[in-house]
Design a protein around this ligand. Structure first.
Ligand code: FAD
Length: 479
């Protein structure tokens, strides 16, 4: 089947409005959020329901044309865009954006793949519940993308990543069959957990068309504080002390170094320094309760006063209003945007055991800066999960090709240090295209062999998002 014939068949299945091959329409969906990869595609297809997704998958399987599923295109590893030179279609789930149902008694909600995260938050709030996963891209990231990357975010500390919030999944498998696994069962022991296999699969095993999600009781009252401190070690000790005082009310504990805060203040409008004096490190902490917020505040204030007395923190400001709480969060949530504006660097999304993270940051940052003169480490993020974005800014006078040349060496250096402490080169962003070679270099042989076997068993024709997540047996073929 030639490309024209294939596109005609797609149009017959989805209607003219469901398929576009116009380069101008395609262009916005071919480059990843960070602007690192611009790929090629024959067309953008936008099915409206699972039946249409099945039709597209069957046609693509028959023609041997790869499918790149895409949600909000906010992914950090270029998993949702095609590769340069690809003869593929981008399958956008954005038109599948209905919340199919919400059951407050069951604490569950069923959302189609294209529903945007902030819409799920809103729907849950309307029935006195909440969906406890949030991240800075909540206004664009979709449920399908969040499931497929097993996204993390700022509430993992208390509620775990996306995988721990998925009750069921509906997905179109690579042969065009529909896996109808949308139940909201809390217990289901029928062997292999296909939901969890599809979650985090980055579209390499099928297309998620809907998910049944776990809700938790609303906790409308929050206390948001900004802390200034001297080291990442003090930050972790502070977290444990705070948990001792307020228990699991601590939902977010985000580490922000002085250089990340400075980037935000430089590039993001309407931001201002949260504390009067400068500090090497900062933490944004959020505590939530559905009960007596005045009591939580008193306990939190006492705990923070003790941290000040003990010298673990140097300063603290508790938000006096929702507007101030939002202003604190803006400082944290715009770090990636500020980095993007400032220029490309070598980005790493690493996890190590939580207790090892302060030592990892404080020893690896100077090593990187000594090995690669002029570079600057910006390590920020989810300290309580043992996950930071350990990003390395190039020297001021770096050549345009720095990321592709020296940046690759920097990444190897960082990932080698991560491996030495038993960590992972992908904590929450996934592998996509950008981490594929490093994953192939560092993964245990048994892990790679099992992943390749699963991929081949479910997708023998290799049409589902090839070149992402699963390294080929011959490493030279990955790039
Ligand atoms: P896309 O980017 O469109 O796709 C991501 C991957 O999922 C691709 O491999 C794609 O092929 C696949 N995919 C998408 N939809 C489907 C589907 N329906 N079926 C099968 N496969 C599919 N991530 C975190 O984990 N934590 C954070 O704190 C965080 N913060 C961020 C902050 C900013 C400012 C930005 C821009 C991104 C951030 N991210 C974060 C990354 C990103 O938001 C997540 O990876 C998110 O899950 C991607 O969702 P998406 O809908 O944009 O997916």
């Amino acid at each position: 089947m030639d490309d024209g014939e294939f596109l005609d068949k797609l149009r017959a299945a989805l209607g003219e409005g469901g398929v576009t091959a116009d380069p101008a329409d395609l262009e916005p969906w071919l480059t990843d959020w960070r602007g690192r990869v611009t790929g090629n595609a024959l067309a953008l297809v936008s099915p409206r329901n699972a039946g249409e997704v099945q039709a597209v998958v069957r046609l693509a399987a028959a023609a041997g044309i790869p499918i790149v599923p895409q949600g909000g295109n906010t992914g950090m590893v270029a998993g949702g865009v095609p590769r340069p030179g690809d003869r593929a279609i981008v399958l956008s789930l954005r038109k599948m954006n209905a919340i199919r149902g919400i059951d407050a008694g069951d604490n569950s909600l069923v959302a189609e793949a294209g529903v945007i995260l902030s819409e799920v938050h809103r729907a849950a709030e309307e029935v006195g519940r909440r969906f406890p996963l949030s991240l800075a891209a909540k206004g664009s990231a979709t449920i399908g993308g969040l499931v497929s990357t097993n996204a993390g975010g700022t509430q993992v500390l208390r509620f775990g990543p996306m995988r721990s919030l998925i009750l069921g999944i509906e997905a179109v498998l690579p042969d065009g069959s529909l896996f109808e696994g949308l139940s909201s069962l809390r217990k289901d022991n029928r062997g292999y957990d296909l939901r969890q296999l599809l979650a985090g699969a980055e579209g390499t095993l099928g297309i998620v068309t809907a998910a049944s999600l776990k809700l938790v009781p609303a906790a409308p009252h929050r206390i948001v504080a900004w802390l200034g401190l001297g080291s990442a070690y003090d930050a972790l000790s502070g977290l444990r002390a705070l948990e001792g005082a307020v228990g699991d009310a601590v939902e977010s504990f985000e580490l922000v170094p002085a250089n990340a805060l400075a980037l935000v203040l430089k590039h993001i409008p309407d931001t201002r320094a949260p504390l009067r004096s400068d500090h090497d490190w900062h933490v944004l902490v959020e505590m939530r309760t559905s009960g007596d917020v005045a009591m939580l505040r008193t306990i939190a204030e006492t705990a923070l006063a003790t941290l000040l007395e003990d010298g673990l923190i140097a300063d603290a400001a508790i938000a006096e209003s929702e507007a101030q709480a939002e202003a604190f969060w803006k400082l944290r949530e715009t770090i990636s945007e500020a980095e993007r504006i400032d220029g490309t660097g070598a980005k790493h999304d690493v996890s190590v055991p939580v207790s090892a993270m302060p030592g990892f940051i404080e020893s690896t940052a100077p090593q990187v800066e000594a090995e690669f003169p002029g570079c600057r480490v910006i390590a920020f993020g989810h300290l309580g999960d043992g996950n930071v974005h350990f990003n390395v800014q190039p020297p001021k006078d770096a050549a345009p090709g720095w990321v592709a040349e020296t940046g690759v060496l920097v990444s190897r250096f960082v990932h080698d240090r991560v491996r030495e402490v038993g960590g992972s080169l992908s904590a929450e962003h996934g592998i996509g295209q950008l981490k594929l070679e490093e994953f192939a270099r560092l993964a245990e042989p048994a892990r790679l062999a099992a992943m390749r076997s699963i991929k081949h068993a479910l997708d023998p024709k290799g049409i589902m998002n090839p070149g992402k997540l699963v390294p080929l047996a011959n490493p030279g073929e990955n790039s």
